[in-house]
Design a protein around this ligand. Structure first.
Ligand code: M6R
Length: 607
C-alpha cells in the first residue's frame, strides 16, 4: 500500500526521498510524488505510474529543498492520476497519507460549506484542508495538527511539511505504520525501516495514536491524548535490510530459491534436531488446556492457516476454526476466554488481521501471532510471538513467507500433539525428522525448474486454469490458483478435488488446464478417480506428484511434475515450490511485471 518518506537533511533531499520510495515500491503503487521547501516555499513534483516517471520530471525541473516528504500512492479514493497523487498541498502545507479517512465525506461537506474548493477526489485532501483551516485561525502547525487528528476516523499514517518551517516535519500514525529514523543532524520518517536503511539503522516505531514533531535536533512524540511520551529507539539488524535481487531476474525468483535456507533457519528455531523434539516459543498457555483454536489471516497467510487446520486436528486432536480476517473481524464469532487465536501475517500490518487480533483479545483470548516482520504492529500487540525467519519478502506474491509460516505452524502442531498426549515420543521424533528434511527436499524440487518452465508455456496459453487437491493439497490448490492469478492475470480457481462433481466439472474442456496436486498419500486414490473424471471429459491434466504417484496414476497428462518422495505431512512445504515456479514462469513468459503486479499491494493496511 502507500509508502511515506520524510527527510530533514543537510542538502537537497529530493533524490534521497525518491531512493527511499524505491525501497517501498514492493508495497504496490500507481503514482508518486515529492514536496520540498525552497527558501521557505513549498515546491512539489508528482507523476502518474512508476517512480521512473517522477525521476524524469525531477531531472527536468529539480527540487532543491533540504527538507522534503515523498509518497507512493496505491489508489483508494480517486483515480491513479497526477492530480490525485500525493503530496497534496494548500498554500500552507503539503501532506502525504497512507490509509483511509473514513469520515472524509462529512468533513469535506463541512469545509465546502466554509467555501473551501477541493482539487482532487481523494480523502487525503480533506486532511490538508482541515489543518490549513486551523492554521488560518491562527494556530501553530503543532496546534493545527493536534486539533485535526482527533477529528479523523479510519486507519492512517500522515506526514506534514509546512510552508516557512524549514526545520520541522510532523508525522502521525493511527492504524498504519510509521517509523522515525535518527541520523547525525538529520531525521527521517518512513512507512517502514527498510525505506530508511540507506540513512540509518536507528529507528523508533510510533505506537498507535502517536504523533511526532521532528527537527534536525531530534524528535518529540505525543500520544493520542497529546501527552509527551518516550518510545524506545531500536537498532535494526542490518540483515533485515538486504533487499537486492542477487543473481536473479526478479525478487520472486530469488525468494523462491531462498526457501531451503530460510525454511531451514526457521525450522532450526522451532525444533531440537538432536532430541527430535518440537520446541515452541515461550507461551502464556498450554495446548493441553485448549478446547478450540481459531485461526485468522488473509490471502496466502490464510492458506497457510488452512493447511495448519489439518495438522492441528490430526496431530493434536484440537478442533480448529479458521476464517479470512475480513470476515472474522465482523462476524462476532463467540470466542471463549482463555482459548487461543492464532493470527498469521507476513507483514504484520494487514488491517483485517490486526482487527481480528484485537477482537480476539477483547474476548479474553490468548493471541499468538506468526509474523515475519517482528517490529510490526501485529507482532507488538500479540500476547505471544512466533516469528518466521524468512527475511524481507519484497515480491508482492508471497512465497518464502508462506513456507516459513507452514514450518512454524507444523512445529506448533507437533508440540501441541505432544502436550495433549496425542503423539508419543517416537511419533514426535518421526515428525520432527520429516520437518528437518524439508530444506533438502525443497532444493531437490528446485532442480525441476527447467521442466516446469516448459510446462508454463502451455499454461500461458490458457484463459482459465483449475487447481485440484485433497487434504492438505486442497489449500495448496487454492494457493496455486492465487499465485497464478495475481502475477499472470490468468483466471484460476482452486477446488477440493471431491467438489469437482458438484459444479466445476461443467467447465472441463480441452482449453482449460487442470492442475492436480496429488502426493501419493492416504487420499491419492480418490484424487486419481477425480482425474479420471476430468480425462473422460477431454480435460487436459498437469499432475504434480511423486514417483509412485506418477507410476500409479498411469494417466494421459500433458505434463507430470515429479516431486521428491516425502512424508505426506510435509508435502505442502515441498509442493509449494512447484506451484510457485509454475506461476512465476507463466507470468515471466507472458511478460508480466512479476514483482509488482497491477493493482496489488504488498502490505494491505486498509480494509
Ligand atoms: O502481510 P500478510 O501476510 O498479512 O498479507 C496477507 C495477504 O495480503 C498476502 O498473503 C497476499 O495474498 C499475497 N499477495 C499473496 O501472494
Amino acid at each position: 500500500m502507500c509508502g511515506i518518506v520524510g527527510i530533514l537533511g543537510k542538502a537537497a533531499v529530493a533524490t534521497q526521498v525518491v531512493d527511499a520510495l524505491k525501497r517501498l515500491e514492493y508495497r504496490g503503487y500507481d503514482s508518486a510524488g515529492v514536496a520540498t521547501l525552497e527558501n521557505g516555499r513549498l515546491t512539489r513534483c508528482r507523476a502518474e505510474g512508476k517512480l521512473r516517471n517522477l525521476e524524469l520530471k525531477l531531472s527536468e525541473a529539480p527540487l532543491t529543498g533540504a527538507i522534503g516528504i515523498g509518497h507512493t500512492r496505491w489508489a483508494t479514493h480517486g483515480r491513479p492520476n497526477e492530480v490525485n497523487a500525493h503530496p497534496h498541498a494548500t498554500a500552507k502545507l503539503a501532506v502525504v497519507h497512507n490509509g483511509i479517512i473514513e469520515n472524509f465525506r462529512e468533513l469535506k461537506r463541512e469545509l465546502e460549506a466554509k467555501g473551501v474548493v477541493f482539487e482532487t477526489e481523494t480523502d487525503t485532501e480533506v486532511v490538508a484542508q482541515l489543518v490549513t483551516d486551523a492554521l488560518q485561525e491562527g494556530r501553530t502547525p503543532l496546534e493545527a495538527v493536534g486539533t485535526t487528528l482527533p477529528r479523523l476516523r479510519g486507519a492512517f499514517a500522515l506526514a506534514f511539511l509546512f510552508e516557512g518551517e524549514a526545520d520541522q516535519l510532523i508525522g502521525a500514525r493511527h492504524g498504519a505504520p510509521l517509523a522515525i529514523g535518527h541520523g547525525d543532524g538529520e531525521m527521517y520518517l518512513g512507512s517502514d525501516a527498510l525505506a530508511l536503511a540507506p540513512f540509518t539503522d536507528q529507528v523508533t516505531y510510533l505506537e498507535d495514536g502517536d504523533w511526532a514533531v521532528l527537527t534536525r535536533a531530534g524528535v518529540t512524540i505525543r500520544d493520542a491524548g497529546g501527552h509527551p511520551v518516550e518510545r524506545p529507539r531500536q537498532t535494526i539488524p542490518t540483515g533485515s535490510f538486504i533487499a537486492s535481487k542477487g543473481n536473479h531476474r526478479h525478487f520472486m525468483a530469488k525468494e523462491i530459491y531462498e526457501q531451503p535456507e530460510v525454511v531451514g533457519r526457521t525450522i532450526a528455531h522451532y525444533v531440537d534436531f538432536a532430541a527430535g523434539r518440537a520446541c515452541p516459543p515461550d507461551l502464556p498457555f498450554s495446548f493441553r488446556d485448549l478446547r478450540r483454536l481459531s485461526i485468522s489471516a488473509c490471502g496466502t497467510a490464510y492458506y497457510a492457516g488452512l493447511v495448519a487446520k489439518y495438522w492441528f486436528e490430526r496431530l493434536a486432536r484440537l478442533p480448529v476454526e479458521i476464517d479470512v480476517a475480513s470476515e472474522f473481524r465482523y462476524r462476532e464469532a463467540p470466542l471463549d476466554p482463555g482459548e487461543l487465536t492464532i493470527v498469521v501475517s507476513q507483514s504484520g500490518e494487514t488491517a483485517d488481521t490486526l482487527a481480528s487480533l484485537r477482537y480476539a483479545k477483547s474476548q479474553g483470548q490468548h493471541v499468538l501471532s506468526i509474523v515475519n516482520v517482528t517490529t510490526s504492529t501485529i507482532a507488538r500487540e500479540s500476547g505471544a510471538l512466533a516469528p518466521t525467519l524468512a527475511g524481507p519478502e519484497i515480491g508482492v506474491a508471497s512465497t518464502k513467507a508462506f513456507t516459513c509460516q507452514l514450518a512454524v505452524l507444523l512445529s506448533l502442531a507437533i508440540a501441541a500433539g505432544r502436550q495433549r498426549g496425542v503423539l508419543d515420543e517416537a511419533e514426535e521424533r518421526r515428525l520432527v525428522d520429516a520437518l528437518v528434511g524439508v530444506p533438502g527436499l525443497m532444493s531437490e524440487a528446485l532442480r525441476g525448474e527447467a521442466e516446469i518452465e516448459l510446462l508454463a508455456r502451455e499454461i500461458a496459453k490458457a484463459k482459465d486454469v483449475l487447481y485440484l487437491g485433497r487434504g492438505t493439497s486442497f489449500p495448496l490448490a487454492l494457493e496455486g490458483a492465487l499465485k497464478l492469478k495475481e502475477i499472470s492475470y490468468i483466471h484460476a480457481e482452486g477446488y477440493a478435488a471431491g467438489e469437482l462433481k458438484h459444479g466445476p466439472i461443467a467447465l472441463i474442456d480441452d482449453a482449460m488446464p487442470v492442475i492436480v496436486i496429488a502426493p501419493s498419500d492416504a487420499v491419492f486414490e480418490k484424487t486419481v478417480s477425480n482425474m479420471q473424471e476430468v480425462a473422460a471429459r477431454g480435460g487436459r491434466i498437469l499432475l504434480v506428484t511423486d514417483r509412485r504417484g506418477a507410476a500409479e496414476a498411469a494417466m494421459d497428462t500433458f505434463g507430470t511434475v515429479v516431486m521428491p518422495d516425502c512424508d505426506p505431512v510435509v508435502s505442502p512445504l515441498v509442493y509449494a515450490v512447484a506451484i510457485q515456479l509454475l506461476a512465476y514462469h507463466t507470468a515471466v513468459f507472458m511478460g508480466k511485471d512479476v514483482d509488482q503486479p497491477r493493482n496489488l499491494a504488498k502490505s494491505v493496511t486498509v480494509e
